[in-house]
Design a protein around this ligand. Structure first.
Ligand code: AHR
Length: 657
């Protein structure tokens, strides 16, 4: 009796699952239905989490020009007179002179050359690699003779020297001195020690150390491994400089691109808005030197073959902070910033701003096509200001495509209001943001299926699945989050007639200095790695294809029925059909995909991204724990029949015959 009950129960269970379950039967129409925009998959860059200073900007010296609010921040003087009453060793006094942006310098008073030491701690240390060369440069003015030499050493955590150079300062006016240091050891948290020979006073400024081996070998350039990770995404666009950083906590602290171009020493540094944003992750030493400024962003976009997409302040400071507002009648300087930026990017070298670009070494235009006005603004004040920008930009540059915003949330009152206003003004491309839990991503893969086809195009400008809660410091770049994003992205791709641009956010995070998690790429001072989310982005962006195809099951898009998701494109250069499939079930699923009136060739390539552990993450120690595995698969009889493994993301490339 009991046994019979168990047998029946077992049979019922298997009827409900694989033994008798129907395979998912999908059809592929090989006639293109829309273009995939070359801008479809791009990059969102913001200087958050030490992404620029301390990150992609390869400068190793923190507060190199003594401009921080606490002018000696980053500098240590272990034996200085600051710490003793008998004034015997020496001291660095920071002096302010003039009104120029970089108007502080350090006057070093050396009383005992054996006693005085000046140390720079770097950005959570300096990442130094054995055998690598480092370019040192500093400005010095020897107002008094007496200091015959400046010795610069790199030291490890036990104060062992791992490289050195010296400089003989002989000028009575400011002069730039350069030297090269070759490191004898790899030390992720090294420091720079500066000592002096002789006694007297010397003024120092712009004390700088860069690896020689930067991205494209540019002097004072970008950190190579980090840019390589970006270039590997083959991005369609580069959005910069953020994010909330565009808006500033106050208007005075907004991002002003004009102060970020020209010689690095003339760029006006400001405190980074993420310095104090989260009390649970304070970063008091976070400043924006603008060593990576607008010229560098344009150049980076060009290097990667990506469209530059600058976003500018619309005259409203971050509404999560002060929401400070420029009166409409005082908006002109903000609008001029936009017009001048277009001239900076595209203007002839004879124009004011075109000349600035040319003097920086780029006479050819950057071919700017898109400009964003405002970040996460909401309410009527945004639309009043947006209209002024649109009118001014379009009257001078009718072909410039303007990216507008919908505020911070993808639904709700502010969003609905924005949608109405944006339709009224015939907005062109509209930026939507979603920081949501993984379930939301799984449930909203059909978000754009019902969007108005006669209205604006979509820029999914910031999104990331949050494993705990928005901006929680406990959020992880887990496989669960990445898989939900992959599922959602099949919906973005399926709606490529409406969705023109997409980007994950934020992009970078330093493991010792982050404010916001999750992030696409993590790094310390010497290493970096892509998260599972990075590999999802990469699989989409390097398999974007050129034209969208219609992939359906029971005449419906495959948008999460039975937790299966799929989209398909064709690459008109190679003739390959590219199919993306997500199985978000904890069990394997059988699928069949038949191309209408055609057959798949017998061989296809497969990239599989999966983990049995939904909490799996990559790390500096295991950077590729969750990363794609490539293989060749066989297709019999022209119809794809396969078993999708549990919680797995597939990208297949197959030719038709
Ligand atoms: O990506 C981090 C922040 O999230 C961005 O700066 C902002 O636009 C959004 O709120």
């Amino acid at each position: 009796m009991r046994i019979t009950k168990y047998i029946i129960a077992a049979l019922i269970t298997s009827w409900g699952s694989s033994a008798f379950a129907q395979d998912a039967q999908w059809q592929l129409d090989t006639k293109p239905v829309a273009k995939i925009q070359p801008t479809m998959y791009g990059i969102f860059f913001e200087d958050i989490n030490f992404a620029a200073d301390g990150g992609i900007y390869a400068e190793l010296v923190k507060n190199r020009s003594f401009e921080f609010d606490e002018p000696m921040m980053g500098w240590l003087e272990p034996n200085s007179d600051r710490h003793s009453m008998n004034e015997k060793s020496g001291i660095a006094k920071v002096i302010k002179e003039g009104d120029e942006p970089n108007n502080h310098f350090a006057r070093i008073v050396v009383k005992d050359a054996d006693g005085y030491k000046l140390i720079n701690e770097g950005f959570r240390g300096m990442g130094i690699k054995e055998g690598a060369a480092y370019n040192l440069s500093l400005w010095a003015k020897a107002t008094q003779s007496g200091i015959s030499k400046i010795n610069i050493s790199l030291i490890d955590d036990k104060n062992n020297e791992i490289g050195n150079a010296s400089i003989t300062p002989d000028g009575k006016s400011w002069e730039v001195y350069k030297a090269s240091i070759t490191a004898t050891a790899t030390v992720p948290k090294a420091k720079m020690l500066v000592t002096f020979e002789g006694k007297g006073e010397i003024d120092l400024d712009m004390i700088s150390l860069f690896p020689k081996d930067t991205w494209k070998g540019r002097e004072m350039g970008l950190r190579k491994d980090l840019v390589q990770l970006l270039a590997d995404l083959d991005p369609g666009f580069l959005r910069f400089p953020g994010g909330c950083i565009v808006e500033g906590r106050t208007l005075a602290k907004r991002y002003q691109w004009k102060k970020t171009v020209g010689h690095v020493a003339d760029r006006k540094m400001i405190v980074n808005r993420w310095n104090t944003e989260f009390s649970h992750r304070p970063t008091p030493d976070y400043y924006q030197t603008f060593g990576v400024g607008f010229f560098e962003y344009f150049q980076l976009a060009e290097d990667m073959g990506a469209e530059p997409l600058p976003i500018l302040s619309c005259g409203i400071a971050c509404q999560f902070n002060t929401g400070e507002l420029v009166p409409l009648e005082e908006l002109d300087p903000y609008v001029d910033d936009a017009l001048d930026l277009i001239e900076f990017a595209n203007g002839d070298v004879s124009t004011t701003w075109g000349k600035v670009r040319s003097d920086m070494g780029h006479p050819e235009p950057f071919d700017l096509k898109y400009i964003g006005v405002g970040n996460e603004q909401w309410g009527p004040q945004y639309f009043e200001r947006l209209k002024v920008f649109i009118k001014a930009i379009k009257s001078q540059y009718p072909d410039m495509i303007i990216v507008s915003g919908t505020g911070p949330f993808p639904e709700g009152e502010q969003f609905d209001y924005a949608e109405k206003e944006l339709k009224k003004i015939n907005a062109e491309i509209v930026d939507e943001h979603y920081y949501k839990d993984p379930q939301w991503f799984l449930e909203n893969a059909d978000r754009y299926d019902s969007y108005d086809r006669d209205s604006y195009k979509i820029f999914a400008g910031e999104y990331a699945a949050q494993s705990v809660a928005i901006a929680s410091p406990e959020n992880k770049n887990s496989w669960q989050c990445a898989l939900s994003e992959a599922a959602y992205m099949t919906g973005l791709e399926r709606n490529a007639d409406v969705v023109y641009m997409t980007s994950y956010a934020p992009l970078f995070a330093h493991v010792d200095a982050w404010q916001w998690t999750p992030d696409l790429i993590w790094f310390d001072n010497v290493k970096s790695y892509g998260t599972p989310n990075y590999y999802v982005q990469k699989l989409f962006s390097t398999n974007s294809g050129t034209d969208l195809l219609s992939l359906t099951g029971n005449n419906e898009p495959v948008k999460g029925q039975d937790k299966l998701y799929a989209s398909a494109v064709i690459d008109d250069k190679t003739g390959e059909v590219i199919i993306k499939m997500v199985n978000a079930n904890a069990s394997a699923k059988e699928i069949t995909l038949a191309p209408k009136g055609k057959k798949f060739a017998s061989k296809a390539t497969q990239q599989l991204l999966k983990s049995d552990d939904m909490n799996a993450v990559n790390s500096l120690e295991a950077p590729k724990k969750v990363s794609p595995q490539s293989s060749e698969i066989k297709i019999k009889g022209g119809t794809l029949k396969m078993t999708l493994e549990p919680n797995a993301f597939y990208v297949l490339r197959a030719k038709l015959k």
